[in-house]
Ligand binder design. Structure first.
Ligand SMILES: Cc1cc2nc3c(=O)[nH]c(=O)nc-3n(C[C@H](O)[C@H](O)[C@H](O)COP(=O)(O)OP(=O)(O)OC[C@H]3O[C@@H](n4cnc5c(N)ncnc54)[C@H](O)[C@@H]3O)c2cc1C
Length: 484
């Protein structure tokens, strides 16, 4: 090991879910220190093996890093090892003066990893400067000023970094065992990178967004009219503040008011949900409302079969199946269909949300623990503070996919059916099966439950639980803690 005297002095900027240069405070702070900077990204086996993640996420990260590299003369140092061992190695080779990163509101494993990295750095007397991510405050014990702070963060000046003048130190880690398949693009998914993010946003404000409010609930139209910024925000190709400020520039456009107001609320929700998870991260494992602790779910062997049918998009309910298949193939689904999938799992199949939460995370390209867990629990009806919504997938299909375009695209075996049967294929008579060439149980699955029965049962159960005193007590605590 070299003596400290001979080691080169450097700062480290640890990139996590902030894969961009603009509006990046850690990079600006490290740059100010005028030492060579190691721009570090770590592919951690702990996360690569985590069931919340799948190849699509690592491909998106790889694309983002490649795009960042294209702006640099010396590249980002990419490691393939656990974070602590990567830092230990860097401390052996360099005289590290400081580590800079954004705070991460992540899963329990990244929280523990951060604690271990913090202990290692502290032991070596190296300061770790963690910048706030968006408007999410750590710690946040009082939400009364939160809205005002959100606004002032979003309106503050963006941080500019000049990549040309960065003094970068490149570390050559061994990454030969990382899968090469991440380098192959997948044209059915959104591609990672800040330039991509800006293009998609520009296109939204140029034309797509005008119909945002009108199309937001429709599985097909929303693919065009929603911003589609979620993966770029989740992986930090763009900051929420950058998006907010672009939105503000368009705020008085004639004919856009409703759409832009709706989008603005959602940018606010983004941080509101992440803040909830930041303040109560045990909701990765437990119902946020402890009153529901013993809420019974199915646990028999047929529930495992039904869970698999849900995961694979073969439940026999066309909109549920189309949504899941679309998600598996493209990584994207609009909000309402996501909510419907969770409702189907937890209400109609009566399966514990914890058995489905990782699957959806692994197929959402925009998986963000801070939004995913609070949303999942809300749709599963276990918060005690939100309206209980038991979605009827047939009604949703008739209302939001009225011409059947979305279902026909993803359940092609049903494409020949007229709409009445497309939405309710269990009504096919033997004669119609012959006419349309669709045999239930052969070409398309027989439905695994009858939602008329499950609706009644679940509704009775959920409302009875909602009335329990322990659920109500917990609801008060949640409101006090998380709602201003
Ligand atoms: C069960 C469930 C799980 C979800 N998991 C995630 C997740 O892991 N990651 C994720 O980014 N979103 C998640 N959402 C929220 C929402 O569905 C997506 O953010 C949205 O569909 C993304 O599409 P968009 O970028 O076109 O959104 P737009 O409607 O254009 O909204 C712009 C941005 O606002 C934020 N936003 C929009 N809707 C919500 C919302 N309801 N709650 C919080 N933030 C919102 C997102 O950052 C989004 O990119 C989940 C919703 C449900 C019901």
């Amino acid at each position: 090991m070299k003596a400290n005297m001979q080691k080169k002095r450097v700062n480290i900027v640890w990139l996590k879910r902030d894969l961009r240069f603009s509006d990046h405070e850690p990079l600006a702070l490290a740059d100010k220190a005028e030492l060579p900077i190691i721009l570090l990204y770590i592919f951690e086996p702990m996360l690569l093996d985590d069931p919340h993640y799948s190849e699509r996420h690592w491909r998106f990260v790889t694309e983002s890093l490649m795009e960042m590299n294209a702006q640099l003369t010396r590249k980002i140092s990419v490691a393939h090892a656990e974070a602590c061992s990567t830092f230990k190695y860097l401390l052996e080779v360099y005289k590290v003066e400081g580590v800079y990163s954004h705070q991460e509101t992540g899963l329990a494993n990244t929280f523990t990893r951060d604690r271990n990295v913090a202990a290692l750095l502290k032991e070596n007397r190296i300061p770790w400067h963690e910048s706030q991510t968006g408007a999410v405050i750590r710690p946040c014990n009082d939400r009364s000023e939160w809205d005002a702070r959100w606004k002032s963060h979003m309106r503050a000046q963006l941080i500019h970094n000049n990549t040309e003048r960065l003094n970068i130190e490149l570390v050559d880690f061994d990454t030969s065992s990382l899968p090469r398949t991440w380098l192959l693009s997948d044209s059915s998914m959104q591609k990672g990178g800040s330039c991509q993010a800006l293009l998609v946003l520009e296109d939204f404000f140029d034309k797509r967004g005008k119909a945002y409010q009108k199309s937001i609930s429709k599985p097909q139209e929303s693919r065009i009219s929603c911003s589609r910024m979620s993966p770029y925000l989740a992986w930090g190709n763009i900051s929420l503040r950058q998006m907010y400020q672009q939105l503000s520039q368009h705020s008085s456009r004639p004919g856009w008011r409703r759409s832009l107001t709706a989008l603005l609320s959602r940018l606010h929700w983004h941080c509101h949900f992440v803040q909830k998870f930041e303040s109560e991260s045990s909701m990765q494992f437990k119902h946020i409302n402890r009153g529901y602790q013993s809420l019974p779910y199915r646990d028999d062997s047929s529930s495992a079969k039904d869970l698999n049918a849900w995961k694979e998009g073969v439940t026999g309910y066309p909109l549920v199946d189309a949504s899941m298949r679309c998600l598996i193939k493209t990584g994207y689904l609009n909000f309402r269909m996501r909510a419907m999938l969770v409702s189907f799992l937890t209400h109609h199949l009566q399966i514990d949300w914890r058995r489905g939460v990782e699957h959806l995370a692994s197929v959402f390209l925009d998986f963000d623990p801070g939004i995913h867990y609070p949303q999942f629990q809300m749709q599963a009806g276990v918060t005690g503070i939100n309206t209980i919504r038991i979605y009827n997938p047939t009604k949703q299909a008739k209302e939001h996919d009225s011409d059947g375009e979305f279902i026909r695209a993803w359940c092609q075996e049903l494409a020949e059916l007229p709409n009445t049967l497309l939405f309710e294929p269990w009504l096919l008579t033997p004669m119609e099966e012959l006419m349309y060439g669709v045999t239930l149980g052969v070409d398309y699955p027989v439905r695994i439950v009858d939602i008329k029965d499950t609706y009644k049962e679940t509704s009775k159960r959920l409302w009875a639980w909602r009335d329990r005193s322990d659920v109500k007590r917990e609801a008060e605590r949640i409101l006090e803690r998380h709602v201003r």
